[in-house]
Design a protein around this ligand. Structure first.
Ligand code: NAP
Length: 290
């Protein structure tokens, strides 16, 4: 029997520069699989038709802006949400990875597992206090995973639009009653020094001239500061946190983690097996861009 040729890709519009092809092509090679990972431009008005006619011809695909919520919507009506946590994907309201099985679309979201990938063991923040900045797509996945899988003790959510922080806190609080989830309106009211983990899930920092979203002078040695922004890698928050002696985690870690988790869903090759190749491809890209 001839070897399987994997047909993978990413859909988006206008689909600017994406690092996914770089990572997934490196993973195919590292896993010794034959296949392609294509960039597929799908206009929002053509999405429904594309999902019905073209998507079933693939083995799997990633979903990026602006389609994550629309694909979730489509799958909630016509497909199914993927294991191991279909309920979590339902709660997140956004899909970034689709597996095609017998023509059926199975949607999931690997931002949560990708976010947790850099921690050496699960439960690293069990019963600890966490501050999350942002209430967009990535923050929703992170909040759900922190509360459900990581079992944090308390989660404070701040967002520029406070109403969205309140909605996310309300939804997330229902997932595990023993976790204290609350929205904070004023970041200055948060005792930053008592947070074991501080996560920036807003784009603040993408512009090099922007201030850090938290006052780095308040950060203490021993705290973990995680900025999911990966362009640039060294944001002001990361720079300031490192100066204070914090453990820092940069956005490329989550980027590779979510990609490796997607690759495992499609191919059954363990994420840990392809993660080094994906990281190496990313490192080479960032080194060349520096
Ligand atoms: P999104 O759904 O558009 O949400 C953006 C969030 O950031 C919203 O909460 C928004 O607040 C807030 N925000 C936007 N501009 C802001 C500003 N100038 N100041 C303060 N808050 C601001 O985007 P997303 O998909 O969650 O992505 C957020 C960031 O994470 C992006 O930089 C993206 O590149 C990065 N990301 C990284 C990874 C990774 O793997 N490392 C994965 C996904 C995303 P409002 O509600 O007030 O608008």
């Amino acid at each position: 029997m001839p070897n399987k040729v994997w047909k993978l890709g990413i859909i988006g519009w206008p689909l600017g520069y994406s690092l996914s092809p770089l990572m997934h092509r490196a993973a195919l090679k590292a896993a010794g699989l034959e296949g392609t990972y294509d960039e597929i431009k799908v206009k929002p008005e053509e999405l429904g038709n594309w999902l019905q006619t073209e998507a079933p011809k693939l083995d799997g695909f990633n979903v990026t802006m602006p389609h994550k919520a629309a694909v979730w919507e489509h799958i909630s009506k016509h497909g199914e949400f993927g294991q191991p946590f279909p309920d979590l994907v339902r709660d997140i309201g956004a899909v970034n990875t689709v597996q095609v099985r017998d023509g059926k679309l199975i949607g999931t979201n690997t931002d949560g597992p990708g976010f947790l990938a850099p921690f050496e063991r699960s439960g690293a923040f069990r019963d600890k206090n966490v501050l999350l900045l942002g209430a967009g797509g990535a923050a929703r996945a992170i909040a759900v995973y922190l509360v459900q899988s990581e079992q944090v003790g308390s989660l404070k959510i701040w967002n520029r639009n406070p109403e969205k922080a309140r909605e996310l806190a309300e939804r997330t609080a229902k997932l595990r009653r023993s976790c204290r989830v609350e929205a904070v309106r004023d970041l200055r009211s948060v005792p930053v020094e008592r947070m074991a983990l501080i996560v920036n899930a807003t784009p603040t920092g993408m512009n090099k001239h922007e201030e850090s979203p938290v006052d780095c002078g308040l950060l203490l040695k021993g705290q973990v500061v995680y900025d999911i922004v990966y362009d640039p890698l060294e944001t002001r928050l990361i720079h300031g946190a490192r100066k204070q002696g914090c453990t820092v985690i940069r956005g490329d870690q989550m980027l590779a983690g979510q990609a490796a988790a997607a690759f495992e869903i499609w191919t059954d090759v363990p994420a840990a097996k392809v993660l080094p190749a994906m990281r190496k491809a990313l490192d080479a890209h960032f080194a060349a861009a520096a």
